[in-house]
Design a protein around this ligand. Structure first.
Ligand SMILES: Cc1ncc(C[n+]2csc(CCOP(=O)(O)OP(=O)(O)O)c2C)c(N)n1
Length: 659
């Protein structure tokens, strides 16, 4: 291995050497502890350390790094106290995730590190978001994100690199090409020869280096970072390396030819650099011994502290307390009661506009939302008012864009992501369910993202432009779901959504956009999240519904004026207003839940169960559910009407009253 020290001084070389020893010595200790049964699992980065160590030392301390499972050197390089790292590995309290997460799956803003989620690829979208925040604030910072050669097969790689390319985001995508993804060799993973070949395909620069050569990594990243800070753009950095141990310790290495270990053993990043420095007389045997002893002592001291720490005592209240980031949820009362008659769509747009004025850190993202004004023209005129930095036309990359939302939060900004149709959220599902929803609970990072979801049927648009998919999110702790039925509520709730620092799925029924109007408060105001609205008051039955269901129920009640019903518009589905439901059902003794979504696994099931458990003694009849057929949504208008519950609701309501 050839080292070129360029103009780097001795102390720089010595520092790099010492930094390189840290992950190696920690890992050697971990392997012993693993054999002794003192730790449970270990993903080894032995043989690949020069990449992490080169990268972290080439960056400024406040530049974010998003490492993967073999990048211990990033964590040591940011001077995380060893005992905290070890506590994290052991799942004890002085780690970074209150025992909720494993080894490297945590972030720490104090150290400007965002750890991975198991799914690997989503990390890259988050890096784009941090880079976007830096770029919008003109902070001249670079963000570095890691992926393996296997993880780079994921769609997230494409989406994130492509979006970074189009938006000139200051990100270095480091690909640690170690030839394997678990047991799968590269030739079963991809056909191209080098990742650098992908650079021109995305219209960006790409650089390939020897990942085992610490000086090459350090020097390359230093130069790239300097250049990117001045001239923001993404760069692919392919680091050729090899994993000297199994995917994780239990999985062995039988599937890798022995010769490869021999060949790469000779290219060991630590031994080679050590030899080079000894030859150059930068290093002496005494210094080697001194560094090793010092690090070993640090390791032993850290382990003593971490192992002495008590196991976490479960406290259910504490577990629940972190599901959401704290939010006062106070309603903002409007300055005046002045109102203007507005359509549903215009009410939301008005709320968004006032939120953009209130929060200069709020960024809107979505396909065609800029010049074109969005598929439904929700953001018409926004570009002119707020500029292309904050009103962003996105690539057709839902996953990357939602990941960018989380990255913006890490960069202390706020995001709105418009799904062109709620149906397309499937392509960003992973980011919502696993990243946005869980990151506060996992390591205290909120995801200040509102995902707007134009939803619902009734417009004969077929199976992929009409779905009601709120129930998919209802089952995910950490999300909030808002679903207004009236223009004024829509405005108050969209403003509340931007106030709330948590990830919010905001459902807007497309068929309501232009079909209903209401007097909407002109000034900025919010409606409390989690509070239902009693739209009609009665005594014989409780109708619980939301969205279009509220209008169907009103139609049925207007037709059957003799029915005395409480009509509850939930407005917030998660967390739903249990008190309002309980109070009403205890009064009426009968309940029917109506929703446009399909029946099985729908929100009605949960509400019904809640009523059974909490109001059983008050019920005079079984709780009914009225929902769409359990099929996909058909295209032909007649079939669609048959699918929807509207035509069945009145009968079910009458049956319930007669029970
Ligand atoms: C979406 C997803 N699919 C599968 C896995 C299981 N898995 C974990 S690591 C891994 C291999 C990753 O290979 P690579 O990205 O090359 O990184 P390396 O482990 O070689 O460092 C696989 C298949 C996963 N974590 N996430």
């Amino acid at each position: 291995m050839k080292f070129d020290r360029k103009k780097y001084r001795d102390d720089t070389l010595l520092k790099l050497y010492k930094r390189l020893l840290e992950p190696r010595l920690i890992e050697e200790k971990m392997l012993i502890l693993l054999r002794q049964g003192k730790i449970s699992k270990w993903f080894s980065g032995i043989g690949q350390e020069a990449i992490s160590v080169g990268v972290v030392n080439a960056l400024q301390a406040d530049e974010y790094i998003l490492p993967m499972h073999r990048n211990l050197g990033i964590f040591t390089g940011r001077d995380i106290p060893y005992h905290r790292l070890f506590a994290q590995f052991q799942g004890t309290a002085s780690g970074f995730s209150k025992g909720r997460e494993r080894s490297f799956h945590f972030g720490t803003n104090e150290h400007h590190i965002v750890g991975m989620i198991s799914h690997l690829g989503p990390q890259m979208g988050v890096a784009d978001g941090i880079a976007l925040a830096n770029k919008l604030k003109e902070e001249k910072k670079v963000t570095v994100v890691f992926t393996g050669d296997g993880g780079a097969s994921e769609g997230d790689f494409h989406e994130s690199v492509n979006t970074a390319a189009v938006w000139d985001l200051p990100v270095i995508f480091v690909i640690e090409n170690n030839g394997y993804g678990l047991s799968t060799p590269s030739n079963q993973q991809f056909r191209f020869k080098n990742f650098v070949d992908k650079g021109p395909g995305y219209g960006i620069e790409a650089v390939k280096i020897d990942g085992n050569n610490i000086l090459e990594v350090y020097d390359t990243v230093k130069k790239l970072a300097e250049s990117i800070r001045e001239n923001p753009r993404p760069i692919l950095l392919e680091c050729i390396t090899f994993r000297m141990r199994g995917h994780e310790e239990a999985s062995g290495t039988k599937y890798i030819p022995k010769e490869l270990f021999e060949e790469w053993g000779k290219k060991d990043p630590v031994n080679n650099f050590e030899k080079y420095l000894l030859d150059e007389t930068v290093l002496t045997d005494e210094i080697v011994a001194e560094f090793r002893a010092e690090i070993k002592k640090k390791i032993d001291d850290g382990l003593d502290i971490a192992f002495a720490e008590e196991h976490i005592k479960p406290n259910t209240d504490a577990e629940y307390a972190d599901v959401y980031a704290p939010f006062a949820n106070n309603s903002f009362t409007p300055a005046t009661e002045n109102k203007t008659n507005k359509r549903f769509l215009d009410a939301i747009a008005a709320g968004m506009k006032q939120s953009m004025q209130k929060f200069p850190e709020l960024v809107l993202m979505g396909q065609d939302i800029a010049d074109y004004g969005g598929a439904f023209k929700m953001t018409e005129g926004f570009l002119e008012s707020f500029g292309e930095g904050r009103v962003r036309n996105t690539t057709l990359c839902e996953s990357a864009i939602i990941g960018i939302g989380l990255g913006l939060s890490i960069g202390k900004m706020k995001a709105m992501v418009e799904m062109q149709f709620a149906d397309f959220v499937t392509c960003g599902f992973n980011q919502i369910i696993n990243n946005l929803a869980k990151s506060h609970w996992r390591w205290g990072q909120n995801a200040d993202v509102v995902v707007r979801m134009p939803t619902g049927a009734g417009v004969a648009a077929g199976p992929f432009h009409s779905q009601s998919n709120e129930a998919w999110f209802f089952h995910t702790p950490g999300l909030k779901i808002l679903y207004p039925a009236f223009p004024n509520d829509a405005k108050g709730l969209i403003c509340a959504a931007f106030e709330d620092p948590n990830p919010i799925m905001f459902f807007e029924h497309k068929a309501l956009y232009r079909s209903i109007t209401e007097d909407v408060i002109d000034d900025y105001f919010t409606i409390e999240i989690g509070k239902a609205n009693l739209v009609r008051e009665g005594s014989d039955v409780t109708i619980i519904t939301y969205g279009m269901g509220v209008h169907w129920a009103l139609e049925a009640l207007n037709k059957n004026t003799s029915i005395s019903a409480d009509l509850i518009d939930l407005r917030t589905l998660l967390p739903f207003d249990k008190e309002a439901i309980e109070a009403s059902v205890k009064k009426t003794g009968r309940a029917i839940i109506l929703h446009e979504d399909t029946l099985i696994g729908g929100i009605g099931g949960e509400i019904s169960a809640y009523i059974m458990e909490h109001c059983f003694e008050y019920l005079d009849a079984p709780v009914k559910r009225c929902a769409s057929l359990d099929t996909a949504i058909p295209f032909a208008a007649e079939l669609e009407q048959n699918f929807l519950p509207k035509g069945r609701f009145e009968n079910m309501l009458l049956e319930l009253l007669e029970y």
